[in-house]
Design a protein around this ligand. Sequence first.
Ligand SMILES: Nc1ncnc2c1ncn2[C@@H]1O[C@H](COP(=O)(O)OP(=O)(O)OP(=O)(O)O)[C@@H](O)[C@H]1O
Length: 263
Amino acid sequence: MSTDTRASVRIADVSKVFFAGKEPVWALEHVSVDIEPGSFTCVVGPSGCGKSTLLRIVGGLETATVGSVDVQGARGKIPAAFVFQEHGVFPWFTVLENIAFGLRMTGVGRRERLERSRDWLERVGLSGFGDSYPHEVSGGMRQRIAIARAFATDSPLLLMDEPLGALDAQTRLLMQEELVALWEAERKTVVMVTHGIEEAILLGDRVLVMTKRPGQIKSDITVPFERPRTMELERDPQFAELRHHVWELLRDDVRATAEAGND
Ligand SMILES: Nc1ncnc2c1ncn2[C@@H]1O[C@H](COP(=O)(O)OP(=O)(O)OP(=O)(O)O)[C@@H](O)[C@H]1O
């Protein structure tokens, strides 16, 4: 494995304020996290606590008001590849062209682009759909395209914002297993925002639990389960215990957020 596939992230005392309406909105306050190369970090927290903002700051789509983010090892042209919940694929490109898009942006030649994209097409189970357009495939398949595109780039850092959030419950379960297997084969550095506690524990090496807004890191949990992991893990009593622990950490802040009507 080349060292290109690994990136580390140092988030140092990051705070973020938005000035959009009458009042400034503090989205994040004093967030410090070190992310190890090749690790899978999941971020959970109440709605509107600043999870996406944190991810966007790490990926350079937003700037921190205070503090800094340092990404090491991201030497390619695309320092971080994003996967969003929806609208992550271009409707005017075929499935194969969508996967190849990230490679095109990094200047990979046509032949290699096609080769790598076809490989990824197969790895995400879409071999027969290379020439289809996104509207011709299911929502689950569209997310597979977005995930394949992110993995196919040379970016050593993948930032995923609720990548499975728009899928129906059963497709989501299947995709969780697929995602964990893909990642275990690649070991890129991943930071993933999710509302799913089970998902975070199944996929992550580590779960960062955030407080309500302004988001702070309330707890930094190391997930103790061996890899490779499958859904079977959910039957482990230790899994249930950890899920309960994370929910206990979240419950009051989730309730307070809901009662305040924050989104
Ligand atoms: N560009 C922006 N301008 C103004 N306010 C913003 C902007 N982006 C985010 N916010 C506000 O910052 C806060 C944090 O938003 P963010 O989307 O990061 O939360 P989140 O935890 O990802 O939410 P959710 O779980 O609901 O997706 C929210 O109150 C949001 O309204």
